[in-house]
Design a protein. Structure first.
Length: 344
């Protein structure tokens, strides 16, 4: 197999649409990309995970398997929500840049091809791996995994972004989409979400929080800070258990399509929020911050406030999690969110 990143198709062709039922078309497409050996063909195609943002397929040939991921003009899990096509190029540049760092490359799948015309990434398949959404069902992160995640963030935030990649990795379109669903939409009392269909009584809790003027104003200010980020460290942008894969070689990080430049506290805040949401013991979050701060300074108050916002949006926004929580547990977490945000 040819190694490296094929930035452009070997032969110009119309954009290809991924389709799990199109084995012959996918074989021809991968051959055009220079990713198949002579005589190699696609044998099976199946979805790889839920694919919240993108259509993600596991493609198996006679010899191996690959991951093919396509960004379409909508959010895969919520087709009613438009999404920028540019995210595929942004994600591809993130992977290519990460591969220049041995420490990051050791914690991410290898990028094999980026096709900007079809908005398709082809990635190394990590094999038998599971995401860490099992944490929400009671699994424990563990000290080693927490250390690996903290180390990953430190190394990511130390990456030097070349001048030619700065504009792409600022990623304004995806940050605008993320801002809407993190900082604004969940607190809009007219957003139309039927939260009682998720947990009876949750609608009333959401209305109460949305009616807290001081809280809403502070979340608004944090959202403006997030939107204004344009220079500084490279951030993953969606650093939560759905972006972590447990493998025999440790924890790997995937799905950096929400990456952006400039606010290291955002990545840390999102991670800490999900430690709270999954009921991890407090020492797990303390260890992440302690290990991170051994090498880089961070505004702990800002980290905690952004964690509070992430807790809120995961409980009363669109991007719901597989939480095993009754109303009282969600009430306690929303109270924690308010405390963390207002303590800034």
């Amino acid at each position: 197999m040819k190694q490296g990143v094929a930035a452009q198709p070997a032969v110009a062709a119309a954009p290809y649409q991924l389709d799990a039922g199109d084995r012959d078309g996918l074989t021809a497409y991968l051959r055009r990309q220079g990713l198949l050996d002579p005589g190699e063909r696609v044998v099976t195609v199946a979805r790889a995970g839920e694919g919240n943002m993108n259509l993600t397929l596991r493609v198996t040939t006679q010899a191996r398997s690959l991951i093919a991921k396509q960004g379409r003009p909508w959010v895969e899990k919520y087709p009613q929500i438009p999404a920028p096509l540019e995210r595929t190029i942004v994600e591809g540049r993130f992977y290519a840049l990460a591969q220049r760092s041995p420490l990051l490359a050791a914690r991410m799948p290898r990028l094999l091809a980026l096709d900007p015309q079809s908005h398709i990434l082809v990635l190394q398949d990590l094999g038998k791996a599971r995401d860490l959404t099992s944490l929400y069902a009671g699994a424990r992160l563990g000290e080693a995994a927490a250390a690996e995640l903290a180390d990953y963030l430190v190394n990511l935030h130390e990456v030097t972004v070349p001048a030619e990649d700065l504009e792409v990795l600022r990623n304004p379109q995806m940050r605008t989409l993320n801002h809407e669903h993190i900082f604004r939409f969940p607190l809009d009392p007219h957003n139309g979400l039927n939260l009682d269909a998720i947990t009876q009584g949750l609608t009333a809790l959401a209305r109460e929080l949305a009616g807290d003027a001081a809280y809403v104003e502070r979340v608004h200010r944090l959202g403006q800070l997030y939107l204004a980020a344009a220079a500084g460290p490279l951030c993953h942008g969606d650093f939560f258990p759905g972006s972590f894969l447990a493998t025999a070689s440790g924890v790997f990080v995937i799905d950096p399509e929400f990456c952006f430049l400039g606010l290291r506290e955002f990545d840390l805040g999102v991670l800490l929020a999900h430690l709270h949401l999954s009921g991890q013991p407090q020492p797990a979050g303390d260890e992440v911050l302690r290990r991170y701060e051994q090498r880089a300074a961070v505004d702990r108050k800002l980290v905690q406030a952004l964690a509070g916002v992430e807790i809120m949006r995961r409980l009363i926004g669109v991007a719901q999690l597989p939480l095993v929580l009754e109303l009282d547990g969600k009430r306690q977490l929303l109270a924690l969110s308010r405390q963390l945000v207002l303590d800034l």
